[in-house]
Design a protein around this ligand. Structure first.
Ligand code: HEM
Ligand code: HEM
Length: 470
């Protein structure tokens, strides 16, 4: 039954805040794991002490890293956003609010159970879904709980003319439920090994393309018009981007397994299908640029807008790089190298994490009634931007190119490792600097700034003020 009460987003604020704090906690876990791996790969003597501790062995920490950032950090960030945006866009309070509150804690338990499973050596061979089956069951239950509340609110609200953010949120929730179940049943237990690889490619691809991407794009389409107080340039284009994402995205999953034992025709077909993603990406990019027209200077003073914009720059780079490295000739060089690791970080950290940062900075004063510390927010931004771009992304990309070139020769593998060591060292340093930036982020939010009076919190509305206007 749709809730007949007037929309009261205040009610959801506790939930939003909880998911933000939980997400940042998982971000620290993920970053610590990433930095630890970075030091181990750099050959730093200081990291040797963990050599004999099974729980901290490289493979386990790597799985913990991706598990913590994808399921713990980004997913909590997306839930914080959806619990705020859905009541605003439907004009209804959350459906099954009690479930939403209980599930917020249960969701953390689910991520924790997975993390324990990974660290204690119970992983299964499904990349990015390595947690054991018993952890999968707990996670699936909590995810379905979140889907019920979010999608249930939209469906029972009777909202007509759904704003594009809602389309993306529904897509993300529904596809991901199916995708998660598929990966953890078919890939893990029915068709493992090479036979399951094509389906595994589908899982990885859809986890980034039909969970992370729609949730992130939903944030862009919500925040950009609200911050700029002007409608997005083209609502029609945003919907075209939506339908091309829903239609084309699932088709290109085998591009993760080029030169593998999967059928060759499937690999060749993946190349043109990968290129269709350009429509998806550039519909968002065009809309961003056209909506920002004449307003670029505002990124100097507006922190959320700045994170959105720099995230978009990374989106352009990573999604232009994507079709390029899906060419079979380029694949011969970069496959299995650090180039791919750099691409993965530019996308998941440089784009989607930064859009979640934008949302957190934007919503925090509404949640707490206090401004965040501007000085620490600036430190967070500059430390993250410079250390990630220069010491991580560029360094790893160059290392990847070098590795690929070495592997095309008859030189021993050891030579490529020695060539990569200086770049792995800068990556390890970037980890510490990015962590320092993240500490500034937390201090910025935690410091009690000036009281903020925000109309948005006083008068919840059914739509973001101007977002849906054509
Ligand atoms: C302190 C910051 C971080 C550091 C130092 C770091 C470091 C690393 C390292 C060393 C690896 C393993 C590379 C390898 O095995 O060759 C890795 C993998 C990965 N990290 Fe991070 N990471 C950081 C933050 C993040 C964040 C915030 C995300 C996502 C939101 C992320 C997503 C990933 C993914 C998806 C992989 C797997 C890449 C692949 O298999 O191609 N990392 N990271
Ligand atoms: C049009 C845009 C994009 C295209 C065409 C593309 C294409 C690709 C290809 C071909 C690979 C495989 C590289 C290899 O293993 O040799 C890859 C890897 C990867 N991509 Fe993208 N990408 C795009 C955007 C994104 C986005 C937006 C994300 C995150 C939301 C992302 C996350 C990843 C990750 C995590 C990997 C590593 C997968 C693994 O470890 O097996 N990519 N991408």
């Amino acid at each position: 039954m749709p809730d007949a009460d007037p929309p009261a987003t205040h009610d959801e604020f506790g939930l939003v805040k909880f998911h933000i704090i939980a997400g940042i906690t998982w971000l620290f876990v993920g970053m610590l794991a990433g930095t630890l791996m970075g030091y181990r790969l750099s050959g730093a003597a200081a990291a040797e002490f963990i050599g004999d501790i099974a729980e901290l062995s490289y493979g386990r920490v790597r799985m913990l890293h991706t598990h913590a950032v994808v399921f713990g950090w980004l997913s909590n960030g997306f839930l914080a956003f959806s619990y705020y945006a859905i009541p605003k866009l439907t004009g209804r309070r959350l459906w099954m609010r009690g479930l939403a509150r209980g599930n917020a804690v249960f969701f953390q338990v689910a991520v924790l159970v997975g993390a324990i499973g990974l660290l204690t050596g119970h992983a299964e061979g499904v990349e990015y879904a390595e947690a054991p089956w018993w952890a999968d069951v707990v996670f699936a239950l909590s995810f379905v709980g979140a889907v019920l509340v979010n999608v249930g609110t939209i469906l029972t609200s009777g909202v007509k003319n759904m704003y594009v953010t809602l389309w993306y949120l529904i897509l993300g929730f529904v596809f991901t439920t199916l995708n998660f179940v598929m990966a953890n049943t078919i890939v893990a237990h029915v068709a493992p090994g090479a036979a399951g690889a094509s389906i595994e490619g589908l899982w990885i691809h859809n986890a980034v393309g039909l969970w992370v991407t729609p949730m992130g794009v939903a944030i862009i389409y919500y925040l950009l018009p609200v911050i700029l107080k002007r409608p997005i340039a083209s609502h029609k284009l945003s919907l075209l981007g939506f339908w091309t994402l829903a239609f084309f995205y699932p088709l290109g999953g085998s591009h993760h397994f080029f030169y593998s034992p999967t059928p060759w025709w499937l690999q060749v077909l993946a190349v043109p299908l990968t290129f269709t993603l350009i429509f998806v990406v550039y519909s968002v990019v065009y809309n961003f640029f056209a909506t920002m027209k004449g307003r670029w200077k505002e990124i100097a003073k507006d922190i959320p807008l700045r994170w959105l914009t720099f995230g978009l720059i990374n989106y352009i780079i990573t999604c232009t790089q994507g079709p390029f490295h899906a060419l079979l000739s380029v694949q011969q060089v970069i496959h299995f190298t650090d180039w791919v690791v750099a691409h993965a970080h530019l996308a998941l950290f440089g784009v989607f994490s930064w859009w979640v940062y934008a949302f957190i900075y934007w919503i925090w004063p509404k949640l707490t009634g206090r401004a965040y510390s501007r000085a620490f927010a600036e430190w967070h931004f500059w430390l993250t931007l410079v250390s990630f771009w220069v010491l991580y992304y560029v360094a790893d990309t160059v290392a990847g190119l070098m590795q690929g070139m070495f592997w095309l020769t008859t030189l021993p593998l050891q030579d490529s490792i020695e060539a990569a060591l200086p770049f792995w060292a800068t990556r390890a340093i970037s980890g510490v600097l990015i962590l320092a930036g993240t500490i500034c982020f937390v201090i910025s939010l935690a410091r009690k700034g000036k009281p903020v009076i925000d109309d948005d919190t006083k008068q919840p509305q059914a739509q973001p003020e101007v977002a849906h206007v054509e």
